[in-house]
Design a protein around this ligand. Structure first.
Ligand code: FAD
Length: 403
């Protein structure tokens, strides 16, 4: 029996175990994960780990001896196949079972796979785990002709690494601008031009039709007649939350595992955290499913608190970042329902921040190369600061004075 069983050895699962121990939880903790690695961070996979700047030891969430020292049992390379919620047992690997007192689902998400002709050709891949990156590193070279399907964060981050390795890079995107789901056209336009300045070709309003080749991919066939030569294809077409295990156990799911503000699911003693959840956010007055490190870490802490009996509601303003070339994009809040956008540029024009206002309330900000201002923005959005766009446009305004 384990006092706590965590399913999923990702960012949320690893952090949850760590948070339990730092809260002086003394019961037994077991993490069961289907990957072969101890919990690790995915952001470097499309950034420094892919470029080779960051070694594997910096990708892992904790040092090697952390789990032993903290008496956390890792059962890696094991998939949980079934939860018996009545008997409180999980079944995993080859007919192994483990009873639990509290169960945490940190099953994360998986890539959305595209089922187009030729998608099983060699060198057509996705980027979600360490092995995906290692395979990609093996086949990438200076002369690679790389086609990236999807101009979201991951696609563009991979494009920036490949372009800096002097590969020939083309990105195809169905929408009419890059990162269209998440940022204002001003940011899309800025990043489009940034990629072009590194020689990346971006084809907008272009849909993938098929891949052709004998064994490995040789061509990417797109709508609008585009016919691209390629020897490496990376697809970044979004993710799907891993909810099937929860659903089969009778836990309520709807675009994610439904949890309350304490990360509790519809079944007692079963919690969920990270990418796999659909959770309430009281600050934003809505339910959300997020794909971000900040959410995984904070929900992991909320879950740990619930288990030790300290109920502290999850109440965070979402934030996210993306690194492309030497440019840092940081996003806080949720834009989309805004009715005004204000841009403030730094004096030297090397950085800028976009402010999204809804009826004079600041609901989100996107900062480009502006980490100091971003820290202020996080507080302003959390405080739901009210300000007119005219006042915000004033370059002499010190944002600190709004706090
Ligand atoms: P995951 O990391 O998906 O971990 C879930 C784990 O559970 C996986 O190991 C999975 O194999 C395992 N699992 C699932 N089902 C079972 C089962 N039945 N039995 C056993 N194990 C199971 N976020 C940012 O905020 N900023 C970034 O810059 C950023 N960059 C990213 C770059 C890449 C390439 C990727 C892929 C993601 C990036 N993200 C970024 C998103 C961020 O990494 C995720 O939001 C975060 O990893 C979610 O953590 P998680 O633990 O919820 O899920």
């Amino acid at each position: 029996m384990s006092d706590v069983v965590i399913i999923g050895s990702g960012h949320a699962g690893g952090q949850c175990a760590a948070a339990l121990r730092s809260s002086k939880f003394e019961g037994s903790i077991t993490i069961i994960g289907e990957e072969t690695h101890p919990p690790y961070q995915r952001p470097p996979l499309s950034k420094g780990f892919l470029s080779g700047e960051v070694g594997i030891e910096r990708v892992y969430l904790k040092k090697d001896d952390f789990y032993n020292k903290n008496n956390i049992t890792l059962k890696l390379n094991n998939r949980v196949n079934l939860i018996d919620k009545d008997k409180k047992i999980v079944f995993f690997g080859d007919n192994q079972e483990l009873p639990y007192k509290n169960l945490i689902l940190a099953t994360g998400s998986r890539v959305r796979k595209l089922d187009v002709p030729g998608s099983s050709l060699d060198n057509v891949g996705y980027l979600r785990n360490i092995e995906d990156v290692e395979n990609l590193k093996d086949i990438l070279s200076k002369k690679s002709k790389v086609v990236i399907v999807g101009a979201g964060y991951i696609g563009l981050e991979v494009a920036s690494v490949c372009a800096q390795m002097e590969s020939d890079v083309t990105v195809i995107e169905m929408a009419d601008r890059v990162m269209n789901r998440t940022v204002d056209p001003i940011i899309s336009d800025y990043y489009h031009k940034l990629h072009q300045s590194y020689g990346v070709k971006i084809l907008l309003n272009t849909a993938l039709q098929s891949f052709t080749g004998s064994k490995s991919v040789e061509k990417v066939i797109c709508s609008e007649g585009a016919d691209l030569e390629a020897n490496v294809v990376i697809i970044g077409a979004g993710i799907i939350p891993n909810t099937e295990l929860a659903e089969s156990a009778g836990i309520e799911c709807d675009n994610g595992i439904l949890v309350d503000k304490y990360c509790a699911t519809s079944i007692s003693n079963i919690y969920a955290c990270g990418d796999c959840t659909n959770h309430p956010n009281e600050l934003l007055n809505t339910r959300l499913r997020l794909e971000s490190v900040h959410n995984a870490l904070e929900q992991a802490k909320t879950t740990a608190n619930s288990i030790i009996g300290e109920k502290i509601a999850y109440n965070q303003v979402p934030w996210f970042w993306s690194d492309q070339y030497d440019h840092k994009l940081q996003i806080v809040g949720l834009s989309g329902s805004h009715n005004e956008v204000v841009t403030r540029e730094s004096e030297k024009n090397t950085s800028f921040t976009i402010f999204y206002l809804r009826d004079n309330e600041l609901i989100a900000c996107d900062a480009v190369n502006n980490p100091k201002e971003f820290l202020i923005c996080k507080k302003l959005v959390a405080n739901k600061v009210k300000i007119s766009s005219d006042k915000l446009k004033d370059p002499t305004l010190d944002l600190n004075n709004l706090l």
